[in-house]
Design a protein around this ligand. Sequence first.
Ligand code: SAM
Length: 277
Amino acid sequence: MHPLLAEARRLGLHPKRSLGQNFLLDDVHLDRIAQAAELVDTDTVLEIGPGLGVLTTRLAQQAARVIAVELDDRLIEYLETRLADYSNVQIVHGDILEVDPGQLISGAPTVSPSVAYKVVANLPYYITSAVLRHLLEAHARPTRAVVMVQKEVAERICATPGNLSLLAISVQFYAEPSIAHRVPARAFYPVPKVDSAVLRLDVRPQPAVTSVTPERYFRVVRAGFGQKRKQLGNSLSANLGLPKAQVVAALEAAHIDPRRRAETLSLAEWGELSRLV
Ligand code: SAM
């Protein structure tokens, strides 16, 4: 048994499935996550769910500052003791979805969008989409996020037109995604049912579409994806509550065939459509 696990067990820290606790103890994969973040010694890193602190120590050695947010109260004292030698690490007890990342990094209630930080995390999978949304829609977005997610989710996020989903568009609107590497289920303890992948998000300085507001853009995208496998003309008309003729006219003005399906449209086509509908 890995010495860390033996120690955790001795302290009664059994992994909690309800908190997505699958600990990564494989040095090769841990090093590769840190490498994908391309940390420099001036970086501030937000780590989500430090768990037993294995990734945290690597981040602390490479970055100027690490703020690690952990929800499990059983782990806080353990993490503080284990990371006591790293004066650049701050452990925060809380739910990442309840804290504003920019406020956390700057320590101030009013945050400039230019607060610079990176996110590195082996995410709890039960809140993957919610966390990505929380980070990418934050007032101060990270410049890069390197996150371990379920392999299929990483692939879905990196899809191209023909296979795009609401999740892929929501991420690609704010960031350029790529898969840094894949991680087999056996690299974790306990071994999960799914394989994983390290997803790298290079956050865009500006959203991919700036001709309409994100609210307007996503109102139309959500309406388009509202009815699975339906032609766009029908789903938009039903979900936006607009006459079909009006929707078809907007689609034609945007040079989009009304018979196409939502998953085939590029981000730019959604932009043009949301401007016209
Ligand atoms: N970083 C460790 C590793 O690589 O082994 C642990 C990763 S484990 C997949 C996910 C971690 O996220 C757990 O420590 C869990 O307690 C924590 N967690 C779960 N929900 C959370 C939340 N809402 N906010 C912050 N941490 C959370």
